[in-house]
Design a protein around this ligand. Structure first.
Ligand SMILES: Cc1cc2nc3c(=O)[nH]c(=O)nc-3n(C[C@H](O)[C@H](O)[C@H](O)COP(=O)(O)O)c2cc1C
Length: 410
């Protein structure tokens, strides 16, 4: 059982019949050694008395952003000391509030203010959960890194059955402990991650790019930070929130990406302990950039392109020892044999430690991924490894920790 000693958890309760389950969640967090600071919405107080939560946690229940007995801004103060914001149960209304970024009450403001991981355990009637409006909120929140714990299929308060029932308190606590209580095995390491597409401008209004969403690289950056690494994320243009405890540098083109990575790594490649090249870097860019919009001429047109540098291969060629650990990505179409064979060629050509090989149709924009790991140090490929991009990122980061075992600590 992972302990949560020294961790501060904000347990936020919203207005569902399942609100009583928050009491058990609080008790289980305390049992694992966490400090629990309860927050309740106005509706939650219609279902559960604040006295129960304050009695169990030994902390005041915060419910009012305008509470004049508290010095400073309550939402800022609470957010500052939090290791996790856990919303149990989370109503459909609250998911919409979070998705829209509304800060009309304490919990809304708090959710905008925290930089710690946010977990929600939804509980609602199955039709509320299935509604397109709720699902749109869920998709948006997931894309911003909010962790959804449930809901599960089962009977809800009305007696109806379907997906909408809150997961058990034990499962909520276990999931949070799994993430927060994780070992800090990358402490003292600097991990450099590139993510997202590159954009190659042709003229002031046109450009060449690709469909990379940046999800994979952002998930890896978040996971490495959770494991205690200092993380720098160099990101192509994507509309994606920066994960907690990650320093972000925005770039546009492949050349800009190369400049930033080289700057951070330095001439002797000592600036980071690992480079994870999850960015989808354009192989080619327009041969020239026109300062003015290119006018149409005649019936056809052709575009002259020039090769972009192979950033990873250039770094691999310069590396003299095991550091920095180099992780590349290969996106291929074809079956398992084709994908892994291509990755093997890439490991050799780029002189990197491991290639994460993805099959293109599954990897580009979705939430999940199937991948193979092809290592320089072993002949067989590891995989297929399937799961959400967060789950796959966790596997990549734990493989990185193993690769670090043979590189000296800075
Ligand atoms: C008896 C009753 C039970 C409710 N149960 C739920 C529920 O389980 N899930 C939900 O999303 N909303 C439920 N609601 C509606 C929410 O309380 C309402 O949308 C409220 O605005 C939520 O506000 P909050 O998220 O700020 O707490 C319920 C309302 C009532 C009156």
């Amino acid at each position: 059982m992972k302990r949560l000693d020294g961790k501060t958890i904000i347990l936020a309760v919203t207005g569902s019949i399942a609100a009583y389950k928050a009491v058990e969640v609080a008790r289980l967090f305390l049992k694992r050694g966490a400090r629990v600071r309860p927050v309740m919405t106005a509706s939650a107080r219609k279902f559960l008395g604040p006295t129960t939560l304050s009695g169990i946690t030994g902390e005041p229940v915060h419910a009012d952003m305008w509470d004049s007995s508290i010095e400073g801004e309550l939402h800022v103060t609470l957010a500052r000391g939090a290791d996790a914001l856990v919303v149990v149960p989370a109503t459909a209304d609250r998911l919409a509030v979070f998705a829209q970024g509304r800060a009309e009450d304490l919990l809304g403001a708090l959710a905008l203010c925290v930089s710690c991981p946010v977990f929600v355990a939804p509980a609602m009637h199955p039709r509320m959960w299935a509604h397109a409006a709720t699902q749109a909120s869920v998709a948006l929140l997931r894309s911003r890194g909010v962790a959804f714990l449930g809901p599960i299929h089962g009977q809800v308060a009305s007696g109806d059955e379907g997906v909408g029932r809150m997961i058990d308190p034990e499962a909520v606590v276990e999931a949070v402990a799994e993430m927060l209580g994780s070992s800090q095995e990358l402490a003292g390491r600097h991990v450099l991650v590139s993510a997202g597409p590159t954009v190659e401008d042709l003229d002031p209004v046109r450009f060449l790019t690709n469909r990379s969403s940046g999800k994979m690289g952002f998930a890896i950056a978040a996971q490495a930070a959770r494991k205690g690494a200092r993380v720098t994320l160099v990101a192509g243009p994507v509309n994606r929130a920066t994960p907690a405890n990650v320093e972000r540098v925005n770039v546009r083109s492949a050349l800009e990406l190369q400049t930033e990575l080289e700057r951070i790594l330095g001439p002797e490649l000592r600036g980071a302990d690992a480079l994870i090249m999850a960015a989808a870097v354009a192989d080619y860019r327009p041969a020239s950039f026109s300062d003015t919009k290119i006018k149409k001429q005649g019936e056809g047109a052709s575009l002259a392109l020039v090769r972009n540098p192979d950033i990873l291969a250039a770094i691999g060629a310069r590396r003299t020892g095991p550091s920095p650990v180099l992780v590349g990505f290969a996106l291929e179409t074809g079956d398992e044999a084709a994908v892994t064979a291509y990755a093997r060629g890439k490991v050799d050509a780029k002189k990197c430690d491991v290639i994460v090989a993805n099959e293109a149709s599954r990897a580009l924009e979705g939430d999940s991924n199937t991948m193979y790991l092809v290592f320089a140090s072993r002949d067989d490929a590891v995989g297929p490894i399937s799961g959400s991009k967060d789950e796959v990122a966790a596997v990549i980061v734990s493989e990185l920790a193993k690769l670090f075992e043979r590189t000296p600590r800075p």
